[in-house]
Ligand binder design. Structure first.
Ligand SMILES: Nc1ncnc2c1ncn2[C@@H]1O[C@H](COP(=O)(O)OP(=O)(O)OP(=O)(O)O)[C@@H](O)[C@H]1O
Length: 240
C-alpha cells in the first residue's frame, strides 16, 4: 500500500485542444506542507482543480489516501475555489450552512474559531466583502473541514501584510498533523518558513520537487532564489 497521502501518476490534462498539464508525477507524504510555485498560467490552479475533482477528464491517476474516484477524492480534499456558485446576496453564515450540509467533516467549532481568529463578521453578505476579507473567508471555510488534503490557491494576495503575517505564522495549527497542506503563492519569501517541500510547475509539468532543507543544503539557496534560478534556467536540468 502506498505511504503517500497524495499521489499523481502520469497526469495529463487537455482543454480546448490545448495541453495544459503533461506527465505530472507527484508524491506527497502525510503531514507535509508544500509550496506550489509557478508563473502566471503555469497550471497551479488547474492542478488543484484536478486534485479536488472540480476539473475532470484528466488522463493518468490521482490518488488521495489511495482513493482515486472523484466522489471519494471530493470527500477527502478541501478546496474552496473562489466561492463560485454562491449568490452575492447570500450571507456568509448561509454559505457556512451549505458547507455543514455538504461536508460531513465540516467542523462548526473549527469554523467559529477560524472566523474569530480571522476577524470575519459572518453576518455580512458576500457582495459586501473586500478582496482580503473574501480571501480570509475562503481560508476559514477550507480549513474548517477535517480533510486529508487542504488546497489553498494564492490565499493571501489581497490580504494586508500585517494580517498575512499573523495568518501565515499560525496556519499550520489549523490542520491535523497527518494532513497535507498545499499552498500556491507568489509571495514565496513570506511562506518559505512554512514549507517542508517545494514543487515548481514549468512548461506544463512539474520540473522539480524538493525538500526545503535539500534546497538550502544542495544549492545553498533560499526558496525564493531557488525558484528564480529554476525559471531562469541557471540550474542544469539534471540537478533538478
Ligand atoms: N477553462 C479553461 N479553458 C482553456 N484554458 C484554460 C482554462 N483554464 C485554464 N486554462 C489555461 O491553462 C493554463 C493554466 O492556467 P492556471 O489558471 O491553472 O494557471 P495558474 O498557474 O494558476 O496561473 P495564475 O498564477 O495566473 O493564477 C493557462 O494557459 C490558462 O490559459
Amino acid at each position: 500500500m502506498s505511504q503517500y497521502a497524495l499521489e499523481l501518476t502520469d497526469v495529463r490534462y487537455r482543454k480546448n485542444q490545448r495541453t495544459i498539464l503533461d506527465h505530472v508525477n507527484l508524491q506527497i507524504a502525510p503531514g507535509k506542507t508544500v509550496g506550489l510555485l509557478g508563473e502566471n498560467g503555469a497550471g497551479k490552479t488547474t492542478l488543484m482543480r484536478l486534485i479536488a475533482s472540480v476539473a475532470k477528464g484528466a488522463r493518468g491517476t490521482i490518488a488521495v489516501n489511495q482513493q482515486t474516484r472523484d466522489v471519494q477524492r471530493r470527500a477527502l480534499v478541501s478546496f474552496s475555489e473562489g466561492l463560485q456558485g454562491f449568490r452575492s446576496t447570500q450571507k456568509l453564515r448561509e454559505i457556512r450552512d451549505f458547507y455543514v450540509r455538504t461536508y460531513p467533516d465540516f467542523s462548526a467549532k473549527k469554523y467559529l474559531d477560524l472566523v474569530t481568529f480571522l476577524q470575519i463578521d459572518d453576518d455580512q453578505r458576500l457582495a459586501t466583502l473586500s478582496k482580503g476579507t473574501r480571501e480570509k473567508f475562503i481560508i476559514a471555510l477550507t480549513l474548517a473541514r477535517q480533510a486529508a488534503v487542504y488546497l489553498l490557491d494564492e490565499p493571501f494576495s489581497g490580504i494586508d501584510s500585517m494580517s498575512r503575517r499573523r495568518i501565515i505564522s499560525s496556519i499550520i495549527q489549523w490542520k491535523q498533523p497527518e494532513a497535507v497542506l498545499i499552498i500556491s503563492d507568489h509571495y514565496v519569501t513570506e511562506i518559505a518558513a512554512l514549507l517542508d517541500e517545494v514543487v515548481i510547475l514549468k512548461d506544463r509539468t512539474i520540473c522539480t520537487h524538493k525538500r526545503s532543507d535539500q534546497i538550502r543544503q544542495e544549492f545553498n539557496l533560499g526558496i525564493e532564489a531557488f525558484y528564480e534560478s529554476v525559471y531562469e534556467g541557471s540550474i542544469p536540468d539534471d540537478e533538478l
